[in-house]
Write a protein that binds this ligand. Structure first.
Ligand code: ADP
Length: 451
């Protein structure tokens, strides 16, 4: 029985988990670095433990300190949130070895999906369409050249252990391939401690469509439809929506059922996201995320399923409370990620928030740990708030989103709100006519308003 959960995270996602736990009568323990002593997650949890100095390596990534915090606080479950240790199989294993429940899938599944090549292989075997590419890491430049000729240029050189939108290099010709391989291997070694790279067909104007799944320990899985996360800069998502403007009911069920079957066959448990690129009516699997996603709220808004509650439910070994026929999609939801950054250069802009006034009213949800006086430290991810807006149709949702963005006041630090406003004012976005490269192109001609 899980009755006290330690949240191995900070910021908005720590709050999201605290809220779900409280509604389920589960006690919560926050961990925090010395930079987060006054942070909202530290204040809101039933108990909090300081686990180290500001740097993430010494605090939120410090496995031993986190386990010690669980031990002294009497927590019997650990929720990793997203980022930090959420997809660290060794951490999940340590949690289990200490007799605690890891609120997430098994370490084996995390490990399997953490290796992008194995993940593709695993999905391909189960009938999931994958993006064309090499079957494994490329061992030599010669092998890469032959493979690229086979796949057809342009190709994408990807780090086997890559993540967070990093570790990807495009090569448009044999000449670019050589230089690209050198660079990609060097970056992969520096960033992920693993210099293995593989090749994939580079799709020029795909959409990023991902399918949410939920599975229990009893062989049941449901899918909760898709999210369209094509609005990205530098391969990182900025705006997400559900449903996708380009996926109809038939396509949704088709890809959803393929994915659910694969997940059941794998014996996977918990929430998971199967990510695809989608171009010319074709899905291409790219990876699976074995955790709660930043953008999970848009799915919650249109299905009414509370994904964090569902995670806790599954972690308690209970069978899923819903079957596929219970899943209904109603209305439309869009999420905007508000980052503490210069909207023009996209460089992080930490600091202290002076005035804070989040938007509200019907259909508006703000997931954030901000408050007036909050410090946004320079040590962590620059995501400070998620504005999620819901309405009956995409058109109405977009109107509501513009209204909500115009109400948002965050003074004292720079935020990406002006960029989000420019995107939502753009006719192409209004038409739903965008792809993963769209925002990059848009930003080339965009000048942010001066502060
Ligand atoms: P990460 O784990 O770093 O997030 P992903 O494999 O999920 O990496 O890819 C992130 C983004 O990179 C995708 O949403 C897409 O925009 C781009 N991308 C990845 N693979 C390809 C590809 N083969 N062709 C074109 N774009 C790609």
């Amino acid at each position: 029985m899980i009755n006290k959960v330690l949240i191995a995270n900070r910021g908005e996602i720590a709050l999201r988990i605290i809220r779900a736990c409280r509604e389920m009568d589960i006690e919560t323990v926050a961990i925090h670095s010395t930079a987060d002593s006054d942070a909202m997650h530290t204040r809101l949890a039933d108990a909090s433990v300081c686990i180290g100095p500001p740097s993430a390596a010494e605090s939120y990534l410090n496995k031993a300190a986190i386990l010690a915090a669980a031990e002294i606080s009497g927590a019997n479950g650990i929720h990793p949130g997203y980022g930090f240790l959420a997809e660290n199989a060794d951490f999940a294993e340590m949690v289990i070895d200490h007799g605690l429940t890891f609120i997430g899938p098994s370490p084996e599944h995390i490990r399997l999906m953490g290796d992008k090549i194995q993940a593709k292989e695993t999905m391909k075997k189960r009938g999931v369409p994958v993006v064309p590419g090499t079957d494994g890491p490329v061992q030599s430049d010669d092998e890469a050249r032959a493979a690229a000729a086979d796949i057809g240029y342009p190709v994408l050189i990807k780090a086997v252990s890559g993540g967070g939108g990093r570790g990807m290099t495009v090569a448009r010709s044999e000449h670019e391939l050589e230089e690209g391989l050198r660079m990609a291997r060097r970056e992969a070694q520096a960033g992920f401690g693993d210099d293995r790279v593989y090749l994939e067909k580079f799709l020029e104007r795909p959409r990023h469509i991902e399918v949410q799944v939920l599975a229990d320990h009893h062989g049941h899985a449901v899918h909760l439809g898709e999210r369209d996360c094509s609005l990205q800069r530098r391969h990182q998502k900025l705006v997400e929506e559900a449903t996708s403007p380009v996926i109809d009911d038939e396509l949704r069920s088709e890809i959803g059922e393929t994915v659910s079957r694969a997940v059941v066959d794998l014996g996977y448990q918990g929430v998971g996201t199967i990510e695809f690129l989608y171009e010319n009516g074709q899905f291409y699997f790219i990876e699976m995320n074995t955790r709660l996603q930043v953008e999970h709220p848009v799915t919650e808004m249109i299905t009414g399923v509370d994904l964090v509650r569902a995670q806790l439910h599954v972690a308690k070994n209970l069978p899923l409370a819903i079957t596929q026929s219970d899943v209904r999609y109603e209305g439309h939801a869009i999420e905007c990620r508000v980052n503490a950054e210069d909207p023009g250069t996209l460089t992080p802009a930490p600091g202290t928030v002076h005035t804070y006034h989040p938007p509200g009213g019907p259909g508006v949800r703000v997931d954030s740990a901000l408050f007036a006086g909050a410090k946004v430290p320079p040590y962590y991810d620059s995501l400070i708030a998620k504005l999620i807006v819901y309405d009956q149709s995409r058109e109405a949702c977009l109107k509501r989103l513009k209204r909500a963005l115009s109400e948002y006041v965050i003074d004292g630090i720079k935020t990406g709100i002006p960029l989000l406003q420019a995107i939502t004012d753009n006719p192409a976005f209004a038409e739903g006519d965008y792809h993963t490269g769209w925002l990059g192109e848009f930003m080339e001609d965009w000048t942010p308003p001066t502060y």
